[in-house]
Design a protein around this ligand. Structure first.
Ligand code: PLP
Length: 497
């Protein structure tokens, strides 16, 4: 069922069930009752997340004493692992120097240095024309800022009729109203769809495993996707479009999905023909995660705006950035000379100093290259371990950013009923065995499909990488057996782990 068929037309109880399947409470929803409610509003009122009392390198220690190998860095955040002393020292040093100033009147070396470091990275500087960095506190804020900047770019040129964004189904750009409006993560949108900004349209995801026709070559699939985007541009009137927005490698929503070869260059060309901006969201896949500093380097395109986040501070600081091409800055220079936007905590000296310390380590230790190397090993291990697994439909990813997509039938690629919660079960079974991976549901269309995501730190050891894959296999096998054992039982889908 296509999400568009559900949004706004499904009965309310069905919509509520889609939302609740997005939270990790499904299996235990009716059984857990907590006499004492914590003051902190957790993601679920029914389940208590694990309390982590200590984390170092690739391992977290829970309050109950269990040690967990972090195979996903939270949500692909912890790129250098946990508890790094050098980062701690840099953070403290910055707090001693300057903990806060308002950017209306002040700047700090920490913010200036981080911007210079990111944009003049010798490994990637020749591959982009990004000229300015704008620092905020989260990926959602970065994408909201990018949307406003893109609009201002046209406004200052008198093209005030440009109001539309074109994004993709099964893409995620954040949870604030602006970023949510260009996202198509169904469960996260449902209650708020009437608040979403208008003038956003969604085209097909570039997701060959589920959406390319069996008879179609990669090039033919790509041509079909581009034709749809071109048709959407013409339907809207290309002179009315602000930007095309996409994740170069789709992260949590569909599980490490890269586009077919030639897709992004064709979009770049289409955007240029119509003066539309290309805005790439690398909040999850950027900062080296896919084995290159920017994910777009592997697509042979240069975006006009790119947002980065999760790996930027590596979890040590809440920081994200909008990186902006000279083309956009030139228009501001010729016009108002100011981005008409701002936050209290933008370019925060401490988060900038912390992120700079993380990025210094990444560069000094060659961790992006290491991510690419370890990624090749991870791919090999995953393919060896899961290629014959009957419920593993697809094994895909780049760098240290990999996903297993689960299907009930590998031949038809049909998905498990969402009440099975296959991905969630595999994640829970892996966790019980001491390894954290990141689960996802609604992989295919926001409702159906399951995957788990593997995104260890770039400095993960080879031994730990093997433990992650072996443990994931043991977890998967336990769920495979469980599902097969229940075959024919009417209660197959609703049993608790
Ligand atoms: C996580 C994510 C965001 C949102 O970032 P937050 O820091 O959670 O606001 C945006 N885009 C992508 C691709 C993401 O993975």
């Amino acid at each position: 069922m296509a999400p568009s068929a559900i949004l706004g037309t499904a009965p309310l109880d069905q919509e509520i069930s889609i939302i609740s399947s997005n939270t990790p409470t499904k299996a235990t929803r009716t059984e857990v009752k907590h006499p004492e409610e914590p003051a902190l509003l957790h993601r679920s009122l029914l389940e208590r997340p694990h309390n982590v009392s200590y984390a170092s390198g690739s391992y977290m220690t829970l309050k109950d004493g269990r040690k967990i190998l972090d195979g996903c860095g939270g949500a692909a955040v912890a790129i250098i692992g946990h508890g790094n002393e050098e980062v701690l020292s840099a953070t403290l040093a910055q707090m001693r120097k300057v903990s806060y100033v308002h950017t209306l009147s002040y700047t700090t070396d920490a913010a200036e240095d981080l911007a210079n470091f990111l944009l003049h990275n010798p490994a990637s500087a020749s591959k982009h024309s990004l000229e300015k960095a704008y620092f905020v506190g989260s990926g959602s804020e970065a994408n909201d800022a990018a949307m406003k900047l893109a609009r201002q770019y046209f406004f200052e040129q008198g093209q005030t009729q440009r109001k539309c964004f074109v994004a993709r189904r099964q893409g995620y750009h954040g949870n604030t109203i602006g970023a949510m409006s260009i996202s198509n993560n169904l469960a996260r949108r449902i209650p708020y769809r009437d608040l979403a900004i208008p003038n956003v349209s969604f085209v097909a995801p570039a997701y060959a495993y589920q959406y390319a026709h069996a008879s179609e070559s990669e090039a033919e699939y790509c041509t079909r996707l581009i034709a749809e985007i071109e048709a959407e541009f013409h339907r809207l009137g290309p002179q009315n479009i602000i930007a095309f927005v996409a994740e170069p490698v789709v992260g949590a929503t569909a599980g490490c999905v890269a586009a077919p070869k030639g897709y992004f260059p064709a979009i770049r060309k289409l955007c240029d023909e119509h003066g539309v901006l290309l805005m790439l969201d690398e909040v999850m896949c950027g900062m080296g995660r896919t084995g290159t500093y920017f994910a777009f380097e592997q697509e042979s395109v240069v975006p006009d705006i790119v947002t980065v986040g999760k790996g930027l501070g590596g979890g040590y600081a809440p920081i994200a950035a909008v990186l902006i091409s000279g083309k956009i800055i030139d228009v501001l220079r010729a016009g108002t000379s100011a981005f008409n936007h701002g936050h209290t905590y933008q370019a925060h000296p401490v988060t900038c100093a912390t992120a700079l310390a993380v990025q210094n380590i990444v560069r000094r230790e060659g961790l992006v290259e290491r991510c690419a190397d370890m990624g090749r090993l991870l791919e090999k291990l995953l393919r060896e371990t899961f290629s014959a697994s009957k419920y593993v439909g697809d094994i895909r990813g780049r760098g240290l950013f990999w996903a297993l997509e689960f299907v009930e039938d590998r031949r038809t690629k049909s998905t498990f009923d969402k009440s099975v919660g296959f991905g969630l079960r595999v994640q829970q079974a892996a966790f019980e065995r001491g390894v954290a991976v990141y689960p996802g549901g609604g992989t295919v269309d926001g409702v159906s499909g399951d995957h788990v995501l593997i995104a260890p730190p770039y400095n993960v050891s080879e031994v730990d990488l093997r433990i992650i894959v072996d443990t994931l296999k043991a977890a998967y096998v336990s769920i495979e057996r469980y599902i097969d054992g229940e075959q024919g039982s009417s209660e197959k889908c609703i049993l608790k782990l």
